[in-house]
Design a protein around this ligand. Structure first.
Ligand code: NAP
Length: 262
């Protein structure tokens, strides 16, 4: 574990302390990304919020109001040339210690009716955009021999789901990329992990919660007896971003109220 966490007063700082670290978070304007960004800021991290123009401004204001630091950088994860360019500029202009790949989209459709443009859009944002950003921000981490990458995967990194073929394909692939990068970059001091949230009440799951039968059947399977809140994911993100997780690598951490235990 990183022993630089002994501060000047001689007190041993918490292994979850992120003071002095800079974390880049994608899609931090709402839902899980916003909760994770605020959680990282509470743990002491400075933030770079990467998202579509204007989307992260409220989150930035909330971080500043709480005494933290946050900058906003415009980025559409579906535009891979922009991801490569913006990622390279960011990597060259400041030290990024943590990357949280949170941004994601879902397309709910019967498999036989899936339009290939919609299929591609989900893969573009959830998988290829994530990978290109990992390349750009991971390169200097590998060179420095220090860094953490945390991607938001899904229960559909393990399961097939219903009417979400492109999403399940993309999230299985996120788990695969996580393990592949962990294997390559672990020996260079960079830990690459993922979080698989269960059913969380965000815009991503509005359609499920508006379907009374589906919502009830989901709830019946969750041992915690409730849907998750976005804030339920923040602690796991702080953990995997922190020195406490220095020996955790290539792991997909399920945070699901017990769903996978059924
Ligand atoms: P959400 O409220 O729909 O948030 C999605 C986020 O992704 C928004 O900030 C959105 O930004 C951003 N985003 C989408 N497309 C983007 C693009 N092309 N470029 C940049 N940012 C983009 O849903 P959420 O539940 O918080 O989802 C966050 C992550 O958790 C996703 O990866 C999702 O797959 C995953 N997840 C969610 C659940 C759940 O139950 N909610 C479960 C498992 C995994 P805009 O505001 O600009 O659209």
């Amino acid at each position: 574990m990183d022993t630089s966490h002994d501060d000047a007063t001689g007190h041993v700082r918490s292994p979850f302390d992120l003071h002095g670290r800079c974390a880049a978070v994608t899609g931090a304007g709402r839902g899980i990304g916003r909760a994770v960004a605020l959680g990282l800021a509470r743990a002491g991290a400075d933030l770079v919020l990467l998202g579509r123009p204007g989307s992260s401004d409220d989150t930035r204001q909330a971080v500043l109001a709480a005494g933290g630091k946050a900058d906003v950088v415009d980025l559409d994860l579906g535009d891979h040339d922009a991801v490569a360019r913006v990622g390279a500029e960011l990597a060259a202009s400041r030290r990024i210690d943590v990357v949280v790949n949170n941004a994601g989209v879902i397309d709910r459709c019967d498999a036989v009716d899936v339009d290939l443009a919609d299929w591609q859009r989900v893969l573009d944002v959830n998988l290829t955009g994530l990978f290109v950003l990992c390349q750009q921000l991971g390169r200097p981490m590998v060179e420095r021999g220090h860094g953490k990458i945390v991607s938001i995967a899904s229960l559909l990194s393990f399961q097939g789901g219903i009417r979400v073929a492109s999403y399940a394909a993309s999230k299985h692939a996120v788990a695969g990329v996580t393990k592949a990068l962990a294997n390559e970059w672990g020996p260079r001091g960079v830990q690459v992990n993922a979080i698989a949230p269960g059913y969380i009440a965000t815009d991503n799951t509005t359609a499920l919660r508006e379907d009374a039968d589906r919502s009830r059947s989901i709830l019946e399977r969750i041992p915690a007896g409730r849907w998750g809140d976005a804030e339920d994911i923040a602690g796991a993100a702080v953990f995997l971003s922190s020195p406490a997780a220095d020996y955790v690598n290539g792991h997909v951490l399920v945070v699901d109220g017990g769903w996978m235990a059924r």
